[in-house]
Design a protein around this ligand. Sequence first.
Ligand code: G3I
Length: 383
Amino acid sequence: MVLSRPISRKRFLRYTLGAAASVGALTLANLKESQQPKADSLPLQTYDSSLTLKHFASKSGLLYGAASGYQILSTDSEYAQRFAEECLLLVPENDLKWRTLRPSPGEFDFFKADWLMDFATRNGLMVRGHALVFHHSLPDWFDAVVTPDNAEQFLTQHIKTVVNHFKGNMHSWDVVNEAIHPEHGQRDNWRLTPWYDLLGPEYVELAFRVAAEADPNVTLVYNDNRLSLNRPSDRAKRSAVLRLLERLKANNVPVHALGIQGHLTGGLQFDAAAFREFLRNVADLDLKIMITELDVIDQLLPADIEVRDRLVSDMYRRYLDVVMDEPAVISVVNWGLSDRYTWISRHKPRQDGLPARPLPIDAHLNRKAAWNVMAQAFEQRAA
Ligand code: G3I
C-alpha cells in the first residue's frame, strides 16, 4: 500500500490497530518445528552475590542500566535499592514522554522527571532521556491543538525547553523514536505518525538540530525497534534504518548514536551473522551503538519456569555474544530490571496468563539465569 501523501492521525491509528491485531494471535503453535526453541547446554557461570551487572559492565567499559519510573522508585524502596545497586544508568520509561511532561499546551511538568534525576544523583547513577519525539504517549490535547501550521513551533519549543531543563545532567537523549516502519509503504520507509503527518519527514532532521543547539554536549540518539531478529520486517528495517542514518550523516545532521531497542522474542530466529554485519555497518558511519530496551518476550515459550528462564537466557547469550564483539557499543539497558515491573505483562501477556519473565532479575529480586549470562557476556568483553 503506497500512500501519495501523509494521512490524518485517525487513519494512522486504524493502521496501527489493524497491524497489532494480526500480530497478537502469534503463539507457539505458529512456530514451525525447526523454530521450536531448544535450550543450549552451555554451563551457567555463577558469581559472588556482592557483584552486580554494573560492576561487570564497567570493567568492560560499558554502561549498564535499566528503565524505571517515578511511580515505582518512589514507592518500592526494596526495588529502588536493588536498582541503584545493579545499575549505572537510569532511563525514565514514561516520565519524559509528552503525556507526562505536557499537561496542557502551555505547560511543562517536570516533577516526576526531576525526582528521578535527584534519585539518580543521590545514588550515583546517570540518566538517559527517552524520548523527545515519539508517536505514543502524546497528551490528549495534542490532536485538537497541534496543526501543520504550528507543529514546528510546538516541536521546537518542546525540545528546547526539555533539553535545556536537563542540560549538563543528561547522558544522552533518544531524540526521535521509531520513525521507520517499512510496512506503511511510504517512500524511504517512513512510519505514518502524527509528526510525519504534520511536518513530513523533515521533522527528524529538525528535532536533531534543535536538540544539538540546546545542548551541544549531550549524545543524541536515533532509537528504533525490530532491528535485531530474522523476521522479514527486521531485515527490511535494518536496511531502511541504515539508509536513514546514511542520509542524516550525509546532511551533517548531529546524530551521534543508534539506539537498538532489543525487545527480543523468545522462540523467533536470531541471525547472528546478519546482526553482526548490521552493527558493523552502523559503526562504519562513525556512530556509537546503544542497546536501549533489552528484554526477551516469553509469550511463545513453555510455561515451565526453569525451561522458560533457560530459553530466555539462551537468547540473551546469543544476542550479547554478537553485541559484545562490536567496539562501537557503549551501553546496554534493560527495559526494566526485574520481572516485578515489566511492560510485557500488560502489553504482551501470555495466553496461559502466567506472569512474564523477560528480565535478568525475578519478581522477588533474585538473580535469574539471564543475570548470569549478562554478567558473563560483560566479563568476557573485558577479557
Ligand atoms: O499511568 C496511567 C494510569 O494512570 C492509567 O490508569 C493506565 C490505564 O490507562 O495507563 C497508565 O499509563 C500507561 C503507561 O504506560 C504507564 O503504565 C499508558 O496507558 C501506556 O500507554 C504506557 O505504555 C508505555 C508505552 O511505551 C507507550 O508509551 C509502556 O509503559 C512503556 O514500557 C512502553 O515503552 C516503549 C518505549 O517507550 C519505546 N519502545 C517500545 C517500548 C515498549 O512498548
